[in-house]
Design a protein around this ligand. Structure first.
Ligand code: M6R
Length: 607
């Protein structure tokens, strides 16, 4: 995720302001911190790995003169969280500095091209290429604004950037494509930032920068231009009356809701993973006879869904295993031939790490999928890949689950391609559908949220819920159940729908709420029979269905519609979203704080 901030002041020093703003952006990342300031025609940079307070204790981030500067707090995506990878990044001569939030997809080609032309790149980041591209343009004799403008036409991917140069010490040039960028305006200063809280105590007039726009900040204020035709944009500031706590949540009442709504964006980021990581991981999966998928909680549900993906697409047998049971259940069977993929959002869950340690001691191949670069899993895994969801603050996993699924789906598709088990046409179709998921999620959130809120009012007093799904939707049902019980404290059960008649159906009495997850896939006909079984016993049925599924609509009490055309194998990424919202609104109805469920912690570091 990362947080960027920049300021042009009329009076006073920028450094203490940058430091304070970065503290307010720390929720966007905390792997490293850095600032660059221009003073008397010279560029000064301070940066290091670690949390802001630790770096400040070491470097004193407040102690730099100068009225113009930029700062960055990092959530590592490309390059480990080391000092050399901390932003700002500079050109060869260390005369200009760049900060960046986003992912430059073609950075490897650009890096090679720049190195061939003699540039020395010091870090492993995608961002550093931007500094050197701008340097090239400055060398050709262009000014800073034109150099930034020309350089960003070379970038593929997402970015919000801010650039300063000792050669033109009166301005900050920023630009945006997909990653957020806002301006703050006050009498004495102009600011740019990833997010409003960065400058909220200093300015409450806000201008949102749109995709494809470049902005120049100087003592006179701000000027916005469209990159496409260089036309001037006239956009007046809006007054924001958020208090600082509201601002951190971007106006949402809770982090959980904010994170649910972030999913179109976070899934898009996850679909931009670097080829080389996915390729390497696929190679390890390909050479394995079978693979164990080990995790806890929500990450385990991602593993369960993945087992359907790998088997159906790549004909690879995978075994989802709950981490805390791994050693007891499979410990002695682990050996040098075992391949185990450990999935952990935090990369620090003790039960998962105990299983990792056991696997390492028995010389198994340890693979990792995590959201936190620099976490223990990234240090001990033979190969790891990062899911790029940005920090998740709500204790309930939401956006990190859909990102885990998106990574695992990409791996299954690559493996399918490599093994030639399914047709090219089918793979291309699925790849296309995967690319569409961010838009589908956005449409779903737009059209169904209010309906789900109303459902939570209707069902708020129910004492128990039953979640059912068939095939891969069983994983979705389990995840919906976990969300509801962990944040709304409603004891709930989830089963594969086919298994429900082997015992749990005895619970059903009139009005007992049963939630069915029923995408229009190969299980549709059978799940309809399961709905009828429940209906016959008087259950109240809520179904998560594909838009326009009249067949199911006729038999259920309530339904939520998911946009048409989601293939079975990808369906959990979208069908879980209504269940996340349902759990959230149930917690609200029951006057509970969904961000801080009792007895739970974001990262469970005890056995
Ligand atoms: O960080 P991890 O993915 O290893 O965490 C695993 C579980 O502790 C986590 O998913 C937990 O179940 C969440 N509270 C679910 O919302």
């Amino acid at each position: 995720m990362c947080g960027i901030f920049g300021c042009v002041l009329k009076n006073g020093d920028a450094a203490p302001l940058i430091h304070a703003a970065l503290k307010r952006l720390e929720y966007r990342g905390y792997d490293s911190v850095g600032e660059a300031i221009i003073h008397e025609g010279k560029l000064y940079v301070k940066k290091d790995a670690g949390k802001i307070d630790d770096v400040h204790a070491l470097l004193n981030l407040d102690d730099l003169p100068g009225k113009i500067g930029i700062g960055h707090t990092r959530w590592a995506t490309h390059g480990a969280p080391y000092k050399v990878n901390a932003h700002p990044h500079t050109d060869c001569k260390e005369e200009l500095a760049v900060i960046h939030n986003g992912i430059i997809e073609n950075f490897a080609e650009l890096r090679k091209e720049l190195e061939d032309r003699g540039h020395i790149l010091r870090s492993k980041t995608d961002t550093e290429v931007i500094a050197h591209l701008i340097e090239e343009k400055l060398k050709e004799g262009l000014g800073l604004i034109d150099s930034v403008r020309k350089s960003i036409t070379r970038l593929e991917g997402s970015y919000s950037i801010a650039v300063i140069s000792a050669k033109e010490p009166d301005k900050i040039v920023c630009a945006r494509n997909e990653s957020p960028l806002v301006l703050g305006i006050s009498e004495d200063a102009v600011f740019c930032a990833s997010d409003i809280p960065a400058f909220l105590p200093l300015a409450n007039k806000v201008v949102i920068v749109e995709n494809g726009e470049l902005v120049v900040l100087n003592h006179k204020g701000y000027e916005i231009r469209k990159l496409a035709d260089w036309s001037l944009v006239s956009r007046q500031p809006k007054i924001i009356d958020w208090n600082p706590v509201m601002a951190e949540k971007q106006g949402y009442p809770h982090f959980m809701l904010k994170e649910i709504y972030e999913q179109p964006k976070t899934i898009r980021n996850t679909l931009r993973l670097q080829d080389q990581y996915l390729e390497l991981m696929t190679a390890f999966l390909d050479r394995a006879g079978e693979v164990s998928l080990v995790a806890c909680g929500t990450s385990y549900h991602a593993c369960l869904a993945a087992s359907y993906m790998f088997s159906k697409l790549a004909f690879l047998a995978t075994h989802p295993i709950i981490a805390s049971e791994f050693i007891e259940q499979h410990g002695r069977a682990v050996n040098i031939d075992s391949t185990i993929l450990f999935v952990s959002q935090s990369g620090e869950t003790t039960d998962t790490l105990a299983a990792v340690e056991h696997a390492r001691l028995r010389a198994a191949t340890v693979l990792g999928l995590t959201n936190v670069i620099g976490s223990t899993i990234t240090r001990v895994a033979r190969v790891y890949t990062c899911q790029q969801s940005g920090p998740e603050i709500g204790v309930a996993a939401t956006k990190t689950f859909t990102s885990q699924l998106s990574v695992l789906a990409q791996l299954a598709l690559r493996l399918a391609k490599k093994r030639g088990k399914v047709s090219h046409t089918e793979i291309e179709f699925l790849e296309e559908k995967l690319e569409q998921i961010p838009d589908v999620a956005e449409a779903l959130l737009k059209t169904q949220s209010e309906k789900i809120r109303q459902l939570s009012k209707k069902y708020r007093d129910k004492g128990c819920f039953f979640f059912l799904g068939r095939g891969i939707s069983y994983a979705t049902a389990l995840e919906g159940r976990l969300k509801l019980l962990e944040i709304a404290y409603i004891p709930s059960i989830a089963y594969p729908a086919g298994e429900s008649k082997h015992g749990p159906i005895s619970l059903i009495e009139p009005d007992f709420p049963v939630i069915f997850v029923c995408p229009k896939d190969g299980t549709h006909r059978t799940i309809l029979s399961n709905i009828m079984e429940m209906k016959a016993r008087g259950a109240s049925i809520i179904a998560i269905i594909e838009e326009g599924d009249e067949e199911i609509k006729r038999f259920v009490d309530d339904y939520v519609e998911v946009p048409k055309g989601m293939p079975e194998i990808l369906s959990p990424i979208v069908y879980v979203i209504p269940l996340q919202l349902f759990a959230y609104y149930m917690a609200i109805e029951r006057e509970l704080n969904p961000d801080m469920p009792r007895n739970l912690a974001k990262s469970v570091t005890v056995k």
